[in-house]
Design a protein around this ligand. Structure first.
Ligand SMILES: NC(=O)c1ccc[n+]([C@@H]2O[C@H](COP(=O)([O-])OP(=O)(O)OC[C@H]3O[C@@H](n4cnc5c(N)ncnc54)[C@H](OP(=O)(O)O)[C@@H]3O)[C@@H](O)[C@H]2O)c1
Length: 326
């Protein structure tokens, strides 16, 4: 089969579209014919080595999630069968992949493989951050940093859905065009954080109060400004460092301001609670089928053009998800 793998860390040119061994499902696994690959910023981090994690064993099969159809099941698999369409957590930059059956979620009829592929990591992270990590309430104001990121486009919609009793959804992006698209998606206010004062604008948007919940993924100065934009009682959840390192913040500063800040790793959570998480992923796909949420797909590329797709993401050109098609 064909797969995109890396044999060294580096720029997008290290992504090699090449022959790889046909995978066979082990006990407890299913074999999936991949129909759509969700690209995540973490793939860029892994490819470039920016996300650390010790010395990798090459070749690395990239990808955190995707969607496709089960073509074979391993010994002992009873909850999945050949022909089922599933979204999954696991390596996806390939024509076929083997995944633990427990890490797959059934796709409802009417949801495309492209959309389903983008649900596990992107919608899953946004959902758990807002529902569980920060316990966003229906009257509270949210700040979604990088509203044009995959996670950002999901989070804007989820925050709007939860904060239905007057909570505002404020978001940020690096261009006027992305701000306009974020407003179209449902954000109440979109701030261009390359030209506007984020703290001042977020305060203005919330009647001077500040935001109650922040979903932060950019790091550096944006992280610091997020804290400044918060109201007493506010909760910040940090999931990434796309634009800079996450600064260390003193407990004294947090307690004086009456705010809290945590870091969140969806990978660890889902490894511990996979049965529940896959149920939530199936529920999110149902909400997408019902039209409550939409998966914003910026562009699709053939899997063989993964390098161009990575460049597009790194150049900050995407609004929403970039999807690869094997
Ligand atoms: N902790 C977890 O479990 C978890 C799970 C999922 C994602 N994440 C993290 O969440 C973040 C978003 O992930 P994603 O896959 O949704 O990202 P994505 O779609 O690739 O979007 C990343 C966004 O970051 C912004 N950005 C700011 N500075 C940037 C820079 N120097 N280079 C590139 N982009 C920059 C860009 O928006 P503007 O151009 O508008 O600034 C871009 O739209 C990443 O940091 C990712 O690692 C963490």
């Amino acid at each position: 089969m064909k797969a995109v793998r890396i044999h060294e860390l580096g720029d997008p040119s290290v992504l090699k579209y090449e022959d790889a061994p046909d995978p066979q499902p082990k006990p407890g696994e299913v074999l999936i014919k991949v129909e759509a690959v969700s690209m995540n910023f973490a793939d860029v981090g892994r490819r470039s080595g920016r996300y650390g994690g010790g010395t990798p064993t090459f070749p690395i099969a990239l990808g955190l999630d995707g969607a496709g159809t089960i073509t074979a099941v391993g010994e002992g698999v009873e909850d999945r069968s050949v022909g089922q369409r599933v979204a999954f957590f696991g390596p996806s930059y390939a024509e076929y992949t083997t995944i633990a059956s427990g890490s797959t979620a059934k796709i409802p009829d009417g949801v495309s493989s492209e959309a389903a592929a983008c649900v596990p990591v992107t919608f899953g992270t946004a959902w758990y951050c807002l529902k569980e990590a920060t316990e966003l309430k229906s009257t509270e104001h949210t700040l979604v940093q990088a509203g044009g990121s995959g996670v950002g486009t999901a989070a804007i919609q989820i925050a709007k859905y939860i904060a239905k009793d007057g909570g505002k959804v404020v978001t940020t992006a690096g261009s006027e065009e992305k701000c306009r698209k974020a407003l179209e998606l449902g954000a109440d206010v979109a701030i261009n954080y390359t030209t506007q004062d984020l703290v001042e604008e977020a305060k203005k948007a919330t009647g001077g109060k500040g935001v109650d919940v922040v979903l932060e993924s950019v790091g550096g100065e944006v992280y610091k400004k997020s804290l400044e934009a918060m109201a007493p009682g506010g909760r910040l959840v940090s999931i990434g460092r796309t634009g800079g390192e996450v600064p260390e913040v003193g407990q004294d500063y947090l307690s004086q301001r009456g705010i809290s800040a945590i870091r969140f790793g969806f990978g660890t959570l889902r490894n511990e609670r996979m049965v529940e998480v896959r149920g939530q992923i199936e529920m999110l796909m149902m909400l997408i089928k019902m039209g409550l949420f939409k998966v914003v797909i910026d562009s699709t590329y053939p899997l063989s053009e993964a390098a161009a797709a990575h460049r597009h993401l790194e150049d900050r050109k995407a609004f929403g998800k970039v999807v690869l098609i094997p």
